[in-house]
Design a protein around this ligand. Sequence first.
Ligand code: UT7
Length: 334
Amino acid sequence: MTLLDRYPVRIAGTGSYVPERVLTNADLEKMVETTDEWILTRTGIRERRIAADNQATSDLAVEAARKAMADAEVDPGEIDLIIVATVTPDMAFPATACYVQHKIGARNSVAYDIAAACSGFLYGVDIAATQISGGAVKCALVIGADKLSSIVNWKDRNTCVLFGDGAGAVVVKRAEESSGRILSMVKGTDGAQTGILKVPGSGTGCDPAEMEPVQGTVEGTIYMAGREVFKHAVTAMKEAAIKVIADAGLKPEDVSMLIPHQANLRIIEAIRERLALPEERCFVNLEKYGNTSAAAVAIALDEANRSGAIKRGDAVVLVVFGAGLTWASACIRW
Ligand code: UT7
């Protein structure tokens, strides 16, 4: 029996926000040597959203947070914990969560950030869930928000076509008798693979092996060994999804909706096929937004919730993967 069995926890509301500006594959054709056809067939992405210069990560986060609070019917004063998962904070400090706390008026909350790249949102949900099930917190706001456009090298076709900006949020509370609940969570980290997805020169790192310039890398922008990351992503996400389903006491065929990290349609398809799920039981929206890092799975969850793609009683599986390497999965009775 886990802590989550003794004191069940639920997702009480969802919200998301993407900036207005759309950057299409055709726009990128004018910026780097690429084609719409290459981007679409290799990734599944058609367009992504780019935040305005005067929009900080906290601004994206606040929009998503307000919608999640409205959906959960909670007031800012009821929130006692705010976690923002981001790798593009407003500043090195204070935490982006502190800006969010002030902007939404959640004066009774503790607020901090976590950095787990694309896995950050589910790491945040895990922290909130264990805090709530342990009794320390009653109501938490977990936000995945990133302005990746601020750390993309717009001259590097290997990476600039992949990413976008956005935010997704959930309100997490203790479950009631009749409500849904988080059934199981799985997390993992492999720090031996820090070198294949990173932002060199963005911090205090001075290990020559890590800092050695990789061809085409520009300090302070994303470097990714795409093929390597791809392989790890498929393996880790498949295993995490299978384990979280088994830990929930379910079988893959019981899953009503798989909501994976939105990085590459080929990765998503590999996981869906491993679970032997039909296409309609796998939620995909990356064609509209690209990879929005910590926000991606949270935006997808919100869209699935609001569109009716997931309904009360459904078994929903979230699975994510990102730099670190990090990965996580959650199985939720919606
Ligand atoms: O959020 C964290 C998790 N991130 C991921 O999961 C991303 C994982 N990786 C991927 O999604 C894929 O590896 C990529 C989409 C990044 C790349 O796809 P790929 O099928 O692995 O391509 P590749 O790296 O093997 O490159 C194939 C070719 C290369 O040319 P050569 O060496 O075969 O001549 C690249 O130079 O495609 C070339 N290429 C491009 N061509 C046109 C790379 N980027 C582009 C581009 N347009 N934008």
